[in-house]
Ligand binder design. Structure first.
Ligand code: ACO
Length: 325
């Protein structure tokens, strides 16, 4: 068995659905402003569940969907930019909750591209080592990292988690992928860490622990990398955009997707979008979208799907999938 397929999917969001109108009661904004610029109408906001809690629930659902026991998982990856702690990894905490006791567990930090990075790493590890079943989870508790007085960012994001079980198979599943980073633009989107301070530091470096974003820069970057990533993956696999059934982009902003679709000269309906309900859930957005599509019966055997992500780092990447089940 040389191939790697997605065998199960799951998602979890907190029950607290917050609409744009509800947000306009706590900050100076409106449904009209948010919806017209982003396509977002609501988002789920945690009332205390942390990233690991949501990750574990999505992971358990994916295992159930794949009919695989937690003990059969030998690799557990959590992609997140909002970990519970600096250490241990969120993946280790998830391992303790769901009992994947035979797994190697670690986090990936690639923000909104994290799930794409996670699939690439899991596929490589399954291919080159003796791993059989990987659980790859994208999970975020972004609400704890937002500045709730900054209306230009706090209206954009939501909390949640999505998960996929990857297994060794004879069938073709994850066909091809690539991931890239553009570190020189790291300041465009940050969630700061600890201050740099000790008795030996002469001038303390203060870190801003809240999410800060240059929205305009990210907007331009996103359109260009979505278009280039899709063209690259099509070219490398001798495919035409018409061979693709669905493109699942990182769910940041409907206007980004509209521009990208126009540049690619492809019908907007080829892009699956659900940011209207969930907002931008960063590393969780692509697996939540995949899981939604699975629940709606949109993923048919041998469908060709492209996942495409972009985010803080800056990072980006794409994965070409043949839906194998
Ligand atoms: N409600 C009302 N007014 C607002 C709000 C709000 N929530 N936020 C900003 N404004 C105001 C601003 O104060 C400004 O007013 P001014 O002209 O009087 O100063 C005006 O609206 C325009 O602000 P801009 O920031 O220029 O708004 P723009 O039209 O560029 O849209 C947006 C901002 C939606 C953030 C856009 O830049 C964008 O979508 N960028 C991409 C962001 C993104 O997708 N990030 C995530 C990707 S990576 C990741 O997910 C981690």
């Amino acid at each position: 068995m040389k191939e790697v397929i997605i065998e199960g999917l799951g998602k979890y969001t907190p029950s607290n659905l917050v609409t744009n109108d509800q947000l306009s009661e706590i900050i100076d904004t409106s449904d009209e402003w948010i919806y017209s610029r982003t396509g977002i109408k609501s988002r789920y906001i945690s009332k205390g569940e942390n990233t690991s809690d949501m990750a574990a629930k999505a992971g358990e659902k994916a295992l159930e969907n794949a009919n695989i026991s937690p003990l059969d998982v030998d690799l557990l990856i959590v992609a997140t930019c909002t970990p519970d702690m600096f250490t241990p990894s969120t993946a280790c905490i998830v391992q303790s909750i769901i009992g994947t006791d035979n797994a190697l567990a670690f986090d990936i930090s690639a923000a909104c591209s994290g799930f794409i990075y996670g699939l690439d790493v899991a596929k490589a590890m399954i291919g080159s080592n003796n791993y059989k079943h990987a659980l790859v989870i994208g999970a975020e508790n972004l609400s704890k990292s937002l500045d709730w007085e900054d209306r230009s960012t706090c209206v954009l994001f939501g909390d949640g988690a999505g998960a996929a079980v990857l297994s060794k198979s004879d069938n073709i599943g994850l066909i091809s992928s690539f991931c890239k980073s553009v570190g020189e633009k790291y300041e465009c989107l940050t969630i700061g860490g600890n201050d740099v301070d000790s008795p030996f530091v002469e001038s303390k470096i203060i870190r801003d622990s809240k999410l800060r974003m240059d929205g305009g820069e990210i907007f331009k970057f996103a359109i260009s990398v979505i278009v280039n990533s899709i063209n690259k993956i099509l070219e490398e696999n001798n495919l035409d955009i018409n061979d693709i059934d669905y493109i699942i982009p990182h769910q940041a902003n409907v206007r980004i997707i509209q521009y990208a679709a126009k540049k690619l000269k492809v019908d907007i309906d080829k892009f699956y979008m659900n940011m209207e309900e969930y907002g931008n859930t960063s590393g969780a957005s692509i697996p939540i979208a995949l899981s939604d599509m699975n629940e709606k019966g949109l993923l048919k055997k041998d469908s060709k799907i492209i996942l495409v992500g972009f985010g803080a780092g800056l990072t980006y990447g794409a994965t070409l999938i043949n839906w194998a089940i």
